[in-house]
Design a protein around this ligand. Structure first.
Ligand SMILES: [Zn+2]
Length: 446
């Protein structure tokens, strides 16, 4: 039987099952009693609020007494009157199919790609995604490095409740200049390995083709590497990628660290710049004018990378010195760049870029260390919260679904004990997680 017709029959059977299932489900109503609710748009707290949730969506938000009056008698009640409630967090730059470190089969990227089977890697992804959810990340954008289609499969598995996890946006393979990114291999032998992880773009035609290939595997957005060492995606190639992706309604997120890589991406009209280390003021202005997002990925700021690595491996004196020198440069350049981004009025979100096995921390806890890093480099608490909620939702194109606590949005919420606007590292100690109206964790004492 042809694959397409088999697929079609499967789809019909699955949707028939889904209809049968939803028909048998009763409406689930939950009332959250909230001591303090953060309105992330206004940047203000609202005291004694009620949040009424019907199945997976928020139905009503307002003063507790009036919301409670509208709640049915048999509604489940969750008492968060001793807590601060925020929208679920979004990690816009996640890599849950890599866990670099000595205690993991994915010791480095090459081992993850070449040393693990696709099945093993899928299970690693399921584990790290669950850990993200438990720490409060109710949505993640997995931005490359999941093999050919690991993140698309994970998304589907989570959506069908096969495994617990956050909502997943999948990029499938990264589009890169021929040769891939961040792997050093004998070019004569490399293709078999790099083909598992990257789609090589060496012409505009290959740009079109690569986007369509990712679509075939179920990508939700396209990740491009504009600059890999001294290899660049050309403007014509980038334009072809953007045209093809936008035709199918997919956003384009671009790893770019050099002025040339950033300029190419901005000129081609991509949707977000990831990292953006050497962004110029002209490029920031162009990003502002075109509404292109800056995805700030500075979770390792303030010596965090060296301290993480020192916990997991013995660094040679040379590597340690190299990292120390990099930190010294980073200590002035990065806060200055953040100031320039804010001053230019560029839209921004944040992503962790966490791809290490962090000793003593789950992936979610490791991911949340980015919040302290962002504070240390001078971001205001409310900007950090917005970057990981309402701004992030807009960047990924999900502003109608997540990122705020409002009627009609999915009931993805978290709670902390203390005040995250006073101490942003409260987000490292999330006590309550709800995803789509279902409580994932609750350690809030009434
Ligand atoms: Zn990354």
């Amino acid at each position: 039987m042809a694959r397409t017709s088999l697929k079609l029959i499967l789809l019909i059977v699955l949707s028939a099952l889904a209809v049968a299932q939803s028909g048998s489900q009763t409406t689930k109503i939950t009332l959250l009693k909230v001591g303090r609710l953060l309105d992330v748009r206004a940047g203000k707290y609202l005291a004694n609020q009620g949040v009424l949730i019907e199945n997976e969506k928020i139905k009503e938000v307002g003063p507790l007494a009036s919301v409670q009056a509208h709640a049915p008698k048999d509604a489940a009640v969750v008492d968060l009157s001793n807590a601060t409630v925020l929208p679920g967090l979004i990690d816009c730059h996640a890599h849950v199919f890599i866990a670099a470190g000595p205690n993991s089969p994915g010791e480095n990227m090459l081992l993850a790609v070449a040393g693990m089977s696709a099945s093993t890697r899928a299970l690693l992804g399921a584990r790290l995604a669950r850990e993200d959810l438990e720490a409060g990340f109710t949505t993640i954008r997995n931005i490359g490095h999941s093999g050919i289609d690991g993140d698309a499969a994970l998304r589907d598995a989570v959506n069908q409740s096969w495994v617990p996890g956050p909502r997943v946006l999948a990029s499938c393979r990264k589009l890169t200049p021929p040769g891939g990114q961040a792997v050093r291999l004998n070019p004569v032998l490399a293709d078999k390995i790099t083909d598992q992880e990257f789609l090589a773009v060496g012409s505009p035609d290959e740009g079109h083709k690569a986007v369509r290939e990712n679509l075939l595997y179920g990508a939700d957005f396209i990740k491009v590497v504009a600059d890999a060492d001294r290899r660049f995606v050309t403007l014509e190639e980038m334009k072809a990628i953007v045209e093809e992706a936008h035709r199918s309604g997919l956003k384009v997120a671009v790893h770019a660290t050099t002025p040339l890589g950033i300029k190419t991406a901005v000129d081609a009209g991509v949707d977000s710049i990831e990292h953006g280390d050497e962004v110029t003021d002209d490029e920031l202005k162009a990003m502002h004018d075109k509404g292109i997002f800056f995805d700030i990925t500075e979770g390792f700021y303030g010596g965090r990378l060296r301290s993480l690595l020192q916990k997991s491996v013995v660094l040679s004196p040379e590597v340690d010195q190299e990292l120390a020198a990099w930190e010294k440069k980073d200590a002035t350049a990065t806060p200055a760049r953040i100031q320039r981004i804010m001053k230019a009025g560029v839209k921004f979100a944040v992503g962790s870029d966490m791809w290490f096995d962090y000793p003593g921390k789950t992936r979610g806890q490791a991911t949340a260390t980015m919040f302290g890093a962002l504070r240390d480099l001078g971001m205001q608490s409310i900007d950090i919260v917005r970057a990981a909620t309402v701004n992030a939702a807009e960047m990924i194109g999900w502003q109608d679904r997540v990122g705020v606590i409002e009627p009609g949005k999915l009931a993805d919420l978290i709670a902390t004990r203390g005040d995250p606007l006073q101490d942003i590292t409260e987000l490292e100690r999330v006590r309550f997680v709800m995803r789509g109206g279902t409580v994932v964790r609750n350690e809030v004492k009434p």
